[in-house]
Design a protein around this ligand. Structure first.
Ligand SMILES: C[S@@+](CC[C@H](N)C(=O)[O-])C[C@H]1O[C@@H](n2cnc3c(N)ncnc32)[C@H](O)[C@@H]1O
Ligand code: SF4
Ligand code: SF4
Ligand code: SF4
Length: 380
């Protein structure tokens, strides 16, 4: 029997889940970045000496790639900080690519020159996911601190398009850019067939001087935004400007191809996603954690070996307690609560988070109301 790619990847995922195989992962190659986004949960300045001295070397990432591949890894996200600030990124990327891994790069794209785009075109990633922070130089300046960031990003998208790189456009919604949505939609439509909307901003995991919670939209405003963009997407479809909108879809879930399958093996687990079941995250300084929001449970693969670290992570994730209040909550289906978000918001896995609660209650309230009422109320 022959399988198409979607069925094949579902089979891979089911097999990984049944056998505890780390099919999907993320290597956070650096915490350094050329931008200074106000909401960033991780980034440090590009020349930060302390961060530079502690990040893993190219050889260490390549060694981790080999060990992870041997343990069953197939889908690997390369992220940061900004991966293109590393001078040795081509060395790491080429080695991982040649291991047969399916690579996705997360980037702000502003450092991708015509030469870098040509280089990528020769050994293309499965996907390059570019976060677009606004539709004008002013918005870029406001959100990322970069005066020429918009121009550089737009040029890079042109170069990448001419190299036929498979592009995904994402946008991360904050106070400084939510009014640019229609412009961002147009950019996404020009360069891709989908637009990912990061609609949840987490508090800082680490990083230098950013203020995610001070720059995110209020719970009411983010829910109104979600409604507005869904309506806008529908309207654009009628004029044939089709884009697949992915609002708040978790990256790891998407990578593992499990967003729409029932997680029988995970029953009883606090995680409804694949973190610690078939997916892991390795931070820029070499800690294996369930996902990019969490610092625990953790293991150090370069000390104990990848497979041992993976087993330790899996066990650690089974011990993460469920939030009892969330399990009983009447608006659970409208809420983004998960272990990563609860811990990041409250410092505890078992405490409901006010920001998430308010957003969930408002989503529940709004069901059935029309978008014109929101527009009339002056949100857009
Ligand atoms: C940390 S960045 C690294 C990759 C690259 N520098 C970029 O901006 O796309 C990965 C993604 O996380 C998003 N992000 C940054 N801070 C965030 C936060 N506090 N909560 C949620 N997502 C955040 C970014 O906008 C980006 O889409
Ligand atoms: S979100 Fe990305 S581009 Fe912005 S500072 Fe963080 S790592 Fe850099
Ligand atoms: S965070 Fe609040 S709204 Fe969300 S599931 Fe938990 S109790 Fe319910
Ligand atoms: S714990 Fe939450 S934030 Fe982390 S991967 Fe799972 S769903 Fe995403």
């Amino acid at each position: 029997m022959s399988l198409n790619w979607i069925d094949f990847s579902k089979k891979l995922s089911e097999n990984a889940r049944a056998n505890g195989i780390p099919l999907s992962g993320a290597f956070e190659l650096t915490s350094r970045c050329n931008f200074k986004c106000k909401m960033c949960y991780v980034a440090c300045p590009a020349r930060d000496k302390r961060a530079l001295s502690r990040e893993l070397s190219a050889g260490e990432w390549i060694e981790l790639g080999k060990q992870a591949r041997d343990a069953g890894l197939f889908n690997l996200i390369l992220t940061g900080g900004e991966v293109f600030v590393r001078q040795d990124f081509p060395e790491i990327y080429e080695a991982l690519c040649n291991m047969g891994l399916s690579l996705t790069i997360y980037s702000n794209a502003s450092l991708i020159t015509p030469e870098k785009a040509r280089w990528l075109g020769k050994l293309p990633p499965s996907r390059l996911s570019v976060t677009v922070y606004g539709a004008s130089p002013e918005t870029y300046k406001r959100v990322t601190g970069s005066t020429d960031g918009f121009k550089k990003t737009m040029r890079a998208l042109e170069h990448l398009k001419s190299e036929n790189i498979s592009l995904e456009i994402k946008t991360t919604v904050v106070e400084g850019n939510f009014r640019d949505y229609e412009g961002i939609y147009k950019i996404a439509h020009t360069y891709s067939d989908n637009l990912g909307i990061v609609n949840y901003i987490s508090p800082r995991r680490e990083g230098c001087g950013s203020d995610p919670t001070g720059n995110r939209l209020s719970p009411v405003d983010i829910v109104n935004y979600e409604r507005y963009i869904s309506e806008y997407g529908q309207k654009m479809r009628t004029v044939n400007k089709k884009l697949e909108l992915k609002i708040g879809q978790d990256e790891m879930e998407e990578q593992a191809g499990l967003a729409d399958t029932e997680d029988k093996a995970g029953e009883g687990s606090a995680f409804s996603c694949q973190a610690g079941k078939t997916a892991f995250w390795i931070t820029w300084d070499g800690r294996m954690v369930p996902c990019g929001l969490l610092n625990e449970p953790a293991a150090v693969p370069l000390q104990v070996g990848f497979s041992n670290a993976w087993q330790k992570l899996r066990e650690g994730c089974t011990l993460v307690p469920k939030c009892k209040a969330c399990s009983k909550c009447d608006v659970r289906s409208e809420c983004m609560a998960c272990p990563g978000r609860l811990m990041s918001e409250t410092g505890c896995f078992t405490r409901p988070a006010q920001y998430l609660c308010e957003a969930a209650r408002y989503r529940a309230e709004l069901k059935g109301q029309d978008i014109q009422a929101i527009a009339r109320a002056g949100y857009y």
